[in-house]
Design a protein around this ligand. Structure first.
Ligand code: NAP
Length: 254
């Protein structure tokens, strides 16, 4: 353990979807604490830039792999290689995801299926392997970016929202299974955050700052929280949204 680390500082971190804006900001904080990383992303150029940046910020070790995470058949070999390279794993951080085109998905099942595959099926495949690895060792934290959008389906993004609802429910059940085995499952539910995913959306300048969101995520992972809303105000907002009676809700434009 280095001077920059304490007992709750993750040392070996596997990041799936490492070029995500939220993941990058989170990893910058962990890098300054001297963490080691195995980074997975599908865009080689962006991935190389993130890896170089984390090294300059203090990461002890950075290795990378290029992978399209939609390809679930390749997950077992990819994850085994990553953990071998890191010589273990304290934290797996799943950050990849797509918003998709809701309007198109309303008309075309294949578009909806693609959103659900990337945001739900692929994480289920990754997390199933990772959870069994952690249970065998009776340690490890699996932190996953879900979304407040999964708390209640809305007309503006119910395909994306349902993929995240499925993911959040899966993580609830997994936590219930593995917590007693010494494995932490942290469900992270961001509200709207200023990243590439939300660029150009109306009022995006009012969305949460990615560095503030990253700080909250680092704290939640260190504490091994169960479900965390970031920024925290979204817990209250979604409580209200979930409790709006259906006869009122179905008339709203949310
Ligand atoms: N930003 C928000 O407001 C917000 C709110 C709630 C939840 N979230 C969730 O937070 C996570 C991170 O989002 P973000 O805001 O950081 O967005 P982002 O910057 O657009 O990052 C999304 C990342 O997912 C990667 N990705 C998508 N499909 C992939 C695949 N098949 N294989 C490998 N990588 C893939 C993208 O890679 P490329 O760069 O190669 O496309 C990109 O790096 C997502 O799960 C998102 O749903 C975001």
């Amino acid at each position: 353990m280095t001077d920059r680390q304490n007992s709750t500082t993750p040392r070996k971190i596997l990041v799936l979807g490492a070029t995500s804006g939220i993941a990058e900001a989170t990893c910058r904080i962990w890098a300054a604490q001297g963490a080691s990383f195995f980074l997975v992303a599908r865009n080689a150029e962006k991935l190389a830039a993130v890896a170089a940046d984390l090294k300059t910020r203090g990461a002890s070790f950075v290795d990378t792999a290029i992978a399209d995470l939609d390809d679930t058949d390749k997950h077992p070999a990819l994850l085994a290689h990553a953990i071998n390279s890191l010589t273990g794993m304290d934290v797996a951080y799943l950050a990849h995801g797509i918003l998709g085109d809701q309007t198109h998905a309303e008309q075309d099942f294949n578009t909806a299926a693609q959103i659900i595959h990337t945001n739900f099926m692929a994480p289920v495949s990754l997390v199933t392997w990772l959870a069994n690895f952690c249970v065998q060792r009776r340690s490890g934290t699996i932190a996953v970016l879900s979304s407040v959008a999964g708390d209640r389906g809305r007309k503006s993004n119910y395909v994306y929202g349902s993929s995240k609802a499925g993911l959040s429910a899966f993580l609830d059940g997994l936590r219930n299974r593995v917590d007693r085995e010494g494995v932490k499952v942290v469900t992270i539910k961001p509200g709207p955050v200023r990243t590439a995913m939300t660029a150009g959306m109306p009022k995006s300048e009012k969305f949460a700052d990615v560095d503030a969101v990253a700080e909250a995520i680092v704290k939640a992972v260190a504490k091994g929280k169960d479900t965390v809303y970031v920024p925290f105000q979204w817990r209250g907002i979604m409580f209200v949204v979930r409790h709006i009676p259906e006869r009122v809700f179905k008339k709203l434009n949310l």
